[in-house]
Write a protein that binds this ligand. Structure first.
Ligand SMILES: [Zn+2]
Length: 334
């Protein structure tokens, strides 16, 4: 499996929480672990985002950030993944005196530490700017994406409550990032509509869109995303939880795919959303009854959309072909 849209702070294991709460003197509360998963009847993206308060409270020093990064990579590897891009917002880890750069270096060290003994698996990092943050803070994040470009940071993202500001508010930061040769992803078309997706592509230079399920598939929009090979990172369960979509039947997977749009399937947050990529395929299988070739097609889309070299893409495709039978068996066996 491959996950291109995976938030570090939304994917701490229950054991990570217990270990770090003890180490850092944080009270997990009587409701734990229910308070780190999205509640039944969650009504909005804003309510969903409240679930990140507790994980962030245990990730405010270098050792803890490195620890959770390493732990996540180890779990993905044990689950049979072949590649992942893990994202986090360094600016959310500065409450106890770390700089954003300290946080980035800690995540890189945790990642490299975990990758050291692994074959046929790789992972990279994506740095997130936040919609509610000020210009200076977000620009710092963007400059770090440039600085650590050759050290496992492959992209800059914009995350957070989508209704907060429209795309043009951030334009100069993303203009500069693009000029610096930084890859860009924008969370758009999740809580808001099609216009935000188009702004993300036109104004903010997005090569990939986080979610984007509300893109209006007009002839003009389809032409734009197909010609520019814009990839869409669908995270179905998360979209249901934030009420962005009503149910799995409404995930516009086949609609996007039939136009040749590069659509990928991801988890968003393994703990907050209580999911992983295999579970996402299982949920979708109930509706779409994928064949093995369709599953291979969507995972191959993830390989094409990954921010890795052409050589690495060929290597991953070979690895996918070795594993597709077992992936498919796991998807249909439930
Ligand atoms: Zn996300």
């Amino acid at each position: 499996m491959i996950d291109l849209h995976l938030h570090l702070d939304g994917s701490l294991s229950i054991d990570d929480f217990k270990f770090l709460a003890e180490r850092n003197g944080v009270d997990l509360g009587e409701d734990f672990p229910n308070n780190v998963r999205v509640p039944e009847g969650c009504k909005s993206l804003e309510e969903y985002l409240e679930r990140f308060d507790l994980p962030l409270s245990v990730m405010q020093d270098e050792i803890s950030i490195a620890y959770v990064t390493k732990s996540l990579v180890n779990r993905l590897y044990d689950m049979g993944y072949i590649y992942a891009e893990i994202r986090f917002a360094p600016q959310l880890h500065t409450r106890k005196g770390l700089t954003q750069e300290d946080a980035v270096l800690a995540a890189i060290s945790g990642l490299n530490n975990a990758l050291r003994d692994k074959q046929n698996f790789d992972a990279n990092l994506i740095l997130c700017c936040m919609r509610q943050a000020d210009y200076k803070t977000n620009r710092q994040t963007a400059l770090l994406a440039k600085k650590y470009q050759d050290r496992k940071v492959v992209c800059l993202d914009l995350a957070g409550p989508e209704a907060f500001h429209t795309g043009d508010f951030y334009q100069s930061i993303f203009d500069e990032a693009k000029d610096n040769g930084v890859n860009i992803i924008i969370h758009a078309g999740e809580a808001c509509g099609s216009d935000e997706v188009i702004r993300a592509i036109d104004l903010l230079h997005a090569k990939r869109i986080g979610h984007g399920v509300h893109l209006d598939l007009s002839r003009e929009n389809v032409r734009k995303v197909v010609e520019n090979r814009i990839a869409f990172e669908f995270c179905p369960t998360s979209n249901l939880q934030t009420t962005s979509l009503p149910d799995y039947e409404h995930v516009p997977l086949k609609d996007f795919d039939k136009y040749g749009i590069l659509v990928t399937i991801n988890s968003d947050n393994m703990t907050v959303s209580n999911t992983d990529v295999l579970k996402e395929y299982r949920h979708l299988y109930k509706t779409f009854k994928f064949t093995k070739y369709e599953v291979r097609h969507f995972i191959a889309n993830s390989i094409e959309a990954a921010f890795i070299s052409q050589e690495d893409k060929i290597r991953l495709l070979k690895e996918l072909d070795k594993r597709i039978d077992s992936y498919y068996q796991k998807i249909i066996e439930e």
